[in-house]
Design a binder for this molecule. Structure first.
Ligand SMILES: Cc1ncc(COP(=O)(O)O)c(C=O)c1O
Length: 396
């Protein structure tokens, strides 16, 4: 009865983590702390609840599939401010579709763009490894061949685009780039984004640039793919960027983000949502517009993560595998054996972390680039983070 194609989705990282620690009862009286999930624990700005309340009379309305004009305008204004784009580059109606968080569009892009055959052959979806697992789900559900581009310490945790075989590029229908990267926090330089876009245009595929951690950075604001488009002449063809309020405004429960880029893709995506997607309810659209229009809450949010990385450096800086990420909310910690260390941390300190192996897939030589790593989500306030990191240091 069930489509066996989806059996591969059982490799979901949190399912595997639950299995790994299912039989372990922590040998500590300290309260468990979950550093496994990248869920911001800070409160979103009051503006969110206030705007929802002001628009509560709109819950009885079906929302349009591409959001409201006010929300699209707020998003356009944010993009122009954030990335220094010329006003004429973005048409709020043609280039932007608000979405209920970025997970859904990351998944739906597969079905939206991957054809049955590309140049008469099985199509490919290119993706980094390690990665946000939704890219895998998208490729599987669109019947594509999955090709993983390892992001390792040796290549600065940035997949080597020059290493991709031109025969594979000719079959590629979709490539995911994640910058800042989950899990390593690597920021793709502008030239890297330009190279990805040029390849997409040369070989006729879509490059989907997942930028949902773009406001959570340490020293330098990450460049965006739309800046790369600007420098390449201003066209948005073959490019889509994905942005979210989950991290920028600590509002993962709001389910609000947007996709922006290629006008033809946006029109098709709008059509897909009109059949089987979830448009943003009108009160949520109003609250989202208010959040994109407000910059005042963003630097304090960023400061919380920066302070957490200071604490990580203090407590774990001497661990041989430690590095301070450029952006994002995760430590990507080389501990030698990720699953074994995750078990010890849970058993001995009540600290749950995610083995890097579960976020990656083996390369052509059978080596899983995430194998030695743990992903540690530093998403709590300073006091909780300090306590958690001290407990980790005790075990490591
Ligand atoms: C790399 C990456 N992209 C996208 C998402 C999805 O976030 P949301 O659906 O809340 O926008 C996440 C969530 O953790 C993520 O880590």
């Amino acid at each position: 009865m069930l489509n066996p194609r989806f059996d591969a989705l059982r490799d979901h990282p949190f399912r595997r983590l639950n299995e790994l620690v299912a039989d372990i009862v922590p040998r500590t009286n300290e309260a468990p702390i979950l550093l496994s999930v990248g869920e911001p624990q800070g409160q979103p700005p009051a503006l969110l609840a206030e705007t929802l309340a002001k628009n509560a009379h709109l819950w009885n309305r079906y929302p349009p599939a591409n959001g409201t004009p006010e929300l699209r305008q707020a998003i356009k204004a944010w993009l122009i401010r954030r990335y220094g784009l010329p006003d004429a580059m973005i048409d709020a109606d043609k280039h932007i579709v608000p979405v209920p968080g970025t997970r859904e569009p990351l998944f739906m892009l597969g079905q939206t763009v991957v054809p049955e055959r590309k140049n008469g052959q099985v199509p490919v979806v290119l993706m980094p490894s390690p990665l946000y697992h939704i890219y895998i789900g998208a490729a599987i559900s669109s019947h594509a061949e999955l090709v993983f581009l390892p992001a390792t310490r040796a290549n600065g945790f940035l997949p080597d685009l020059d290493a991709v075989d031109p025969a594979v590029l000719a079959r590629t229908a979709l490539m995911y780039v994640c910058s800042p990267a989950n899990p390593q926090g690597t920021i793709a330089p502008l030239d890297y984004l330009k190279k990805a876009i040029k390849l997409a245009r040369q070989y006729g595929f879509l490059v989907a640039v997942d930028e949902c951690y773009c406001e959570i950075y340490d020293k330098h604001a990450p460049p965006g793919a739309l800046e790369a488009c600007r420098d390449l002449g201003g066209g948005l063809d073959h490019v889509v960027v994905l942005h979210s309020l989950s991290k920028r405004s600590s509002a993962p429960g709001l389910r609000s983000g947007f996709i922006a880029g290629d006008a033809e893709l946006m029109a098709r995506y709008f059509l897909m949502v009109s059949y089987g997607g979830v448009p943003l309810p009108l009160p949520i659209a109003a609250a989202s517009a208010a959040l994109w229009n407000d910059e005042s809450h963003v630097p304090p949010t960023r400061a919380v993560y920066r302070a957490n990385f200071d604490l990580a450096e203090k407590h774990l800086g001497k661990c041989p595998g430690f590095f301070r990420p450029e952006a994002g909310m995760f430590l990507w910690l080389d501990v030698g054996d990720g699953p074994a260390t995750a078990k010890r941390l849970w058993a001995e300190a009540g600290i749950k972390t995610l083995p890097g192996a579960y976020m990656a897939r083996a390369d052509a030589n059978g080596v899983n680039p995430g194998g030695p790593y743990l992903r540690v989500a530093l998403v709590y306030d300073s006091a909780t983070t300090d306590m958690a990191l001290q407990r980790m240091a005790r075990v490591l």
